[in-house]
Unconditional design. Sequence first.
Lengths: 263, 327
Amino acid sequence: MSPERPRLVLRDVSIAFGGLRAVHEVGFEVRPGEIVGLIGPNGAGKTTLFNIITRIYRPDTGEIHFGDRDLLRLVRHEVIAHGIARTFQNLLLFNQLTALDNVLIGLHSRMRAGLVACGLQLPRMGREERAMRDRAEQALALVGLAGVAGQRARNLPFGHQRLLELARALASEPTLLLLDEPGAGLNAEELDGLTNVIRHIRDDMGIGIVLIGHTMRLVLGISDRVVVLDHGVTIAEGRPGEIRANPDVVRAYLGKAETHAPA
Amino acid sequence: MRRPGRGWGAGIGWLLATAGLAALAAVLPEYPRFVLSLTLVNAIAAMGVNLSMGYAGQVSVGHAGFAAIGAYTTAILMGRLDVSFWATLPVGGALAILCGILIGLPALKLSHLYIAMVTFGFGQVVNLISLNWVDLTNGPNGLAVPPTSLGGYVFSPDSFYYIIAAFFLVLSWIAGNIVRSRMGRGFLAIRDSEVAAESMGVHLAKYKTIAFAVGAFYGGMSGALYAGLSNYVNPDAFIFPVSVLYLTMNVVGGMGTLAGPVVGALVFTVMPELLRGFAEYKEFLSGGLLLLFLVFFPEGLVGMLDRLGDKLVRSAPAGTASATDVA
């Protein structure tokens, strides 16, 4: 663990697709070891923001810094090597591969073996592979999937697939984790388990987390701060308690989308 | 479940494969042994298609072009410049890799359909060159390839089998190593989801280029061995249907599995020999098999066995899964 952990700072980030303002002048910060919840109705621009941070989209304007690094200068595959890992709303697992191999791909940026070392099974490649297998197994154990390491991702139940995405992102030992609706489709019991894992990641591993969620219970329950987006614009930012009491938020989101009272 | 494929078990597996190929040589008469040689040569080319397409998802319908480059490099260097067979191999391999990289460059920005067109075009161009650059290739009449020698011993087509078997084993071993390593996982990641692969740090352009280059190298090696085995090359051996045949071997055997291309090569090299009397139906039969597998068994023979194994694992009590995987 490095002593100096970077902060993520977004400033005035905007992007439009055609005429649609998907994200408009959004700015927020994520400090190490804190969970920032990102909520808002469908189409609010939450996932778009993740795609901007991970360099899938280039913003029209704005700045994104991670520590003293200008993220907009990186290309997509370099992002994870700088300590930012993510999960996907629609689960982008490598379905044919085992759970363990999925997590090992998450460790790709932490490995060095090239074509010759891999093809000829050079000793240094073997050492690296063994070390990374250990790390991958630890990541699986952390989310409670140690028992299914050898099973193909496609054969896992949905809740396990969500956890597997989390393990794959965690394995690279990121300093910032972007979780896109990790609770979607989970039952109450699985949601409790997930909440505990996310708390553990923040409290014991000191990783900063941005948490996108439809499930208000999860996001308001564990976030340190919450940013509320609506139609690409920040309509509120504050502690979970403030967000619950904010009339704009209630009007834009809670009142319509959420039928049961947030816990 | 997939075993790690390392350690004692793997060593014993390779020992058995080597012993098996040697034993076959001892019992098989001359002609069946030649067919087995051809099977292994085809298997090497099919492995190339498998690495590029089955693992990395980069469509190839021009692999006969890479084989032609390997074969003609060996034939021209040996026949015209008196270079030894062994010295032609790295040259042919390097030329094939170079072509693979050049083909890969435009493909980096193209979708599957267009990559297919590019590789198809490449195969056609190589074939046209071999037909029409008569000064270099002797055109449709082809080139005779002198026999290969090693330390005074001159190989016959019969004993050339051992060279082919040795290359087959080594290249299979390397392919297995690649697909079970960081490199192969990068290929698979690209195949399944480019977005997820990049988010995991896989350098798309680099890995696609490597996938093309490695696949091309296997094609080139296959061609060079073919030239050494048959002592003759001509353009007919590398026409478009041959590229399709390599593809068909993978589809029927099991694309994206290590054994798939080998099983497919066995089926499609031995079957025409067994069905000699029905030679005119050969294309019909292989086309029919291709369709049948694409529609009903897209995972191929080996993939079907894998799935069966999967079912057995899932029906086994939970918890047994992790124990065998730790190695």
